[in-house]
Write a protein that binds this ligand. Sequence first.
Ligand code: UDP
Length: 249
Amino acid sequence: MIKMSDWKNLLYAGKAKDVYETDKEDEVIVTFRDDITAGDGEKKDNLQGKGNCNSLISSKLFEILESNGVKTQYIDLIKTGSMLSKKLEMIPLEVIARNIATGSLLKRFPFKENQKLDPPIIQMDYKNDEYHDPMLNDEITISLGLATQEELDEIKSITLKINEILSKFLKEKDILLVDFKLEFGKDSKGNIVLGDEISPDTCRYWDIHTLETLDKDSFRQGKDNVMDIYEQVCSMIVDEEDIKRWNSD
Ligand code: UDP
């Protein structure tokens, strides 16, 4: 049981999450904030309850992945909004998987809007604000020393596995997994482990019947009911039973 006194120094503050040290050297607490940004940080807001929604969705999806043999940083949701996690040395790659052509892909390449991508596309961007997250290829990634070829091959194969597991799980919840972004890190033994979050901030979820947006695109498009959408998708993915279980831990 983690007590408030176990929270130590702030290690890192990102655009929507903070990472705190704990008493254990190899564990951290990730807290999900209500800040929301889009367009390279140009559009900003604070949506009350968003952090809680994202922590619940990420915890649920990390648990689904763990139960299917994918290593993740997740240890436990110690309270809504705060996830106890393995400490990782993060690799500065944004690993994007796409099942349907939309978003920036349409701006850069002549894909047809909503074209099915089979096999799925995996794209890697360099997580670097100064350079505006440019798209990489394997050779550039290796030359920059961001990862080895073996590590890239492993990251791609884990990402394809994650896509299969999550697409199937979300389909059962009437959600189409259009695309998503992952971040990986290395644990103390050098294993590649999934980190960061899997939430409506980092995925495109569409209603399987109406193809309506159930994610951060609602914010990018300037809709006035963004928080209602986050709460709706949270209730579709996370069961009452999960919330009871986390609250009783
Ligand atoms: N994405 C993300 N962070 C980024 C860029 C993209 O989480 O910095 C996610 C985004 O939410 C979407 C997928 O990655 O689910 C593909 O995004 P895309 O390249 O289409 O960029 P966008 O249209 O969001 O600018």
